[in-house]
Design a protein around this ligand. Sequence first.
Ligand SMILES: Cc1cc2nc3c(=O)[nH]c(=O)nc-3n(C[C@H](O)[C@H](O)[C@H](O)COP(=O)(O)OP(=O)(O)OC[C@H]3O[C@@H](n4cnc5c(N)ncnc54)[C@H](O)[C@@H]3O)c2cc1C
Length: 447
Amino acid sequence: MEHIVIIGNGISGVTAARHIRKGSDKKITIVSAETDYFFSRTALMYVYMGHMKFEHTQPYENWFWKKNRIDLKKGYVKSMDTTSKTLHFAGGDSLQYDTLIIATGSKPNKFGWPGQDLDGVMGMYHKQDLDNLEKHAPNNKVCKRAVVVGGGLIGIELVEMLHSRNIPVTFLVREDSFWDIVLPKGESEIINKEIRDNHIDLRLGVNLKEIKSDANGKVSSIIIAETGEEIPCDVVGLTAGVSPNIDFIKDTPVETGRGVKVNRYLETNIPDVYAIGDCAEQHEPIGQRRSIEAVWYTGRMMGETVAQTICGNKTEYKPGHWFNSAKFIDIEYQTYGWVWAQKRDGESSFYWEHEGGKKCIHINYDTSSNTFLGINTLGIRMRHEFFDRILNEKRSVDYVIAHLADANFDPEFYKLHEKEIAAKFNQENNTNIQLKKKSWKRIFQNS
Ligand SMILES: Cc1cc2nc3c(=O)[nH]c(=O)nc-3n(C[C@H](O)[C@H](O)[C@H](O)COP(=O)(O)OP(=O)(O)OC[C@H]3O[C@@H](n4cnc5c(N)ncnc54)[C@H](O)[C@@H]3O)c2cc1C
């Protein structure tokens, strides 16, 4: 019987396994060095914050795998031979495959900072990082101050985690404003304020120079490159982005760039070897998407897609319109379509911010045709299916403003903000768009 081996028990590998099982009787083995069972990486922060136990991050009961004839092997793949189709483990044993799916995810970036491997210095990616954080930062007596280096999505999560235990945090961000390589100025400034409102010591436009240790090899302070300032601390979180976790593949014939190179069918250059999830790099980016996308839902989609192909129904990976969501301390962020940090040629934008400074809407549209291109929202939840449809139908920005009632998720929104937003748009654009009532179809569907 054909043996499918999947390296990685994250969302992409596990989704592939589940769908291959649905579509076939093939033998399936999932390998992971991290944990016995699949867990939701996006929920790791809530374990530290005490909202749930680690077991609750595991979407499937432990019996699920045996019942579905999915073998689990704990072990670290050290090397592989694609000619004899063999994986070699750090423990000395090996495993044969007929078809291999590489789903090894990401690892935190380290840039060769002096002291980056000291005790008390950690990323926030793997379960082991969480255990490490629990050990070094159980409370503010053991950890009097933490320094988090790198202002992206994981960085702000780690800041929030530490803050939830009243541990003072210094947050070093290289950019001049939080995540301003992705967020436009308005959104980025709202988040700067949110961070500072939570009494986080946010330092913008600075880099880490080095991490210093005490006599026992444990972190004792960091030095800021620009100012030479020394900040005493007990924990340093390195959250300056992630990159594909593929070191053991680099000296195999499987083509790699930053990630494992794949075509639209998620095939590598080696027959019977596929790559999915965070570790896969598209030869050609799809539309305006990045060639590597380290997000949860694309990992799931790739897992579903590769399973179709492996079960005989060759299927192209088509991720559809870009969307993403996150939470910046207490402010929810959503994005649909494309709103760039810097407006591009031929694009116009409309920005509305609530006077409280914690909510905004930022719509991007084509200047000549008025076609809606994308939206960012902070503090306001929008409907995914609405924007998916709008982008498919290439609707205008006027349509979106008129249909805000259908676009938003929050029943209070109409009462609170819709009129103000439409009035601002009309005033700035010399238009007279009238707000439409919530469509009956939608009300009916939701009742
Ligand atoms: C703290 C945090 C919060 C996040 N929040 C969000 C969010 O809100 N929304 C969102 O879209 N995304 C979020 N992400 C990103 C998201 O979690 C990832 O995109 C997703 O988990 C990637 O899934 P994957 O299956 O590709 O890889 P992974 O989940 O990384 O799984 C890969 C597995 O392979 C194992 N492995 C690697 N190499 C080997 C080897 N050689 N031998 C054996 N095993 C190996 C790894 O240990 C790991 O268990 C977050 C990530 C983190 C770290």
